[in-house]
Design a protein around this ligand. Sequence first.
Ligand code: ZN
Length: 376
Amino acid sequence: MATTISSAFDSGNIRVVGQDGDRFDLEIVKDASSDFYQWFHFRLAGAGGREVTLRIVNCADSAYPNGWPGYKARLSVDRETWVQVPDCSYGDGVLTIRLTPETDCVWLAYFAPYSMERHHDLIATFSSLPDVAYRSLGQSLDGQDIDCLTIGEGPLTAWIYARQHPGESMAEWWMEGALEKLADPDDPVARVLRKEVTFHLVPNMNPDGSRRGHLRTNAAGINLNREWHEPSAEKSPEVLCVRNAMDAARPDFAMDIHGDEAIPANFLAGFEGIPSLTQRQSDLFKLFSDTLERLSPDFQSRLGYEIPAPGQANMSMSTTQLAERFGCLSTTLEMPFKDNDNLPDPVCGWSPERSKFLAHACLHALHAILPDLKKA
Ligand code: ZN
C-alpha cells in the first residue's frame, strides 16, 4: 500500500513537495494573507510497521526559527494521547522526523491539537451547567461565534482569554483545565473564587485561525494580539467584540493565555512600559508571579521576554492595553512548545495534562492574592 499524507481536516496544515516511497519532503503552509507559519498537523497513512522519514524543509523562514532546535514533533495513534517522536532533529533549516508507525494511521502535529470540534464539546459541557452562563460576544470573519462562559458571582471581575494565536493549542488545554476546576462544586479554592470573583472566560479568541490550521492570525491574516488599541469590524471583529464586553464589565484581573515556540519554560509577561503604570499594579504583578512560582514547580520567573523601558510598551497587545485601560492586574501566560526544562518529561514534553495542572496552579495563585487584589 502506498504511504500518503493528508491535512484536509480541522486544524490541518502541511504540503507535500516531494515523495520517494516512504521518504517525504514537506512544507508548512503560511497563514492566509500572511507570512507567518510554524503550526503543522497531518495524518500519515499506510506506513504501519515501516520506517518513514519526514523532512519539513521550510523551517528556516518560519515565524520562530529558534523554535526548532531542541524541539520534538508530537505523535498520536488514537488522537487522544500525544507523545514526542524520539528521533526528531533539526539542522540546516530542516526538521527531520523518523518513525516506524505501529499502525497504518498516525497523526503528527506541532503540539497536541485542540480542534474546533473539541471546542464545541467544551462549550456544550460547560454551558449546560446550572451555574455557568453562556453568551456569544460576536462573530469571527468566517462567521463563528466568539464564545464566552461566565461563572461566579463575586464583586471582583476576571477576564481569562486564550488562543489569540490559534497554533498555540496548549492555551485551550489550559482553559479546559481552568473551567474544570472553576466549575467543580466541591473544590474549596473554586468555591471561594466563585464567591469573590465573577469570571468571564473566552476559551478561543481565534476560531477561524484554529480551524484553518494557522499559527498566528485570523481569516484575514491579522495578528489579533496587535489589534487591541484599535480593533475593527473589518479586520479584527474577534478583538472588537471582546474588548467591548470588557468595557462593559471592567476587569480587576486579566490573563491572556499563549504558547512560546523558543523558550523551554513557563513564564509571565506583563505591562511594565505602559504610560500610566502604578506601583499597585507592579506590586500585584510581582505578587502573583512569586505566588505562582511557590505553588507550581512548572512555573519560573527567570526566563522570559525582555522588559520594555518606561513608556515603551506596545499598546496594541491585550495585556498592556488592558493594564492601561482599566488599571488592572493584567498578565500574559506563556507555555512552551518544547518542554519545561526545569522539570522535563522525556516522553510527552509539555502536554495538555500539564497545561491543565498549570491552570489549576494559576487559580490557586489568584486565590492566594485575593486579599491584595481587593485593596483599591
Ligand atoms: Zn502567542
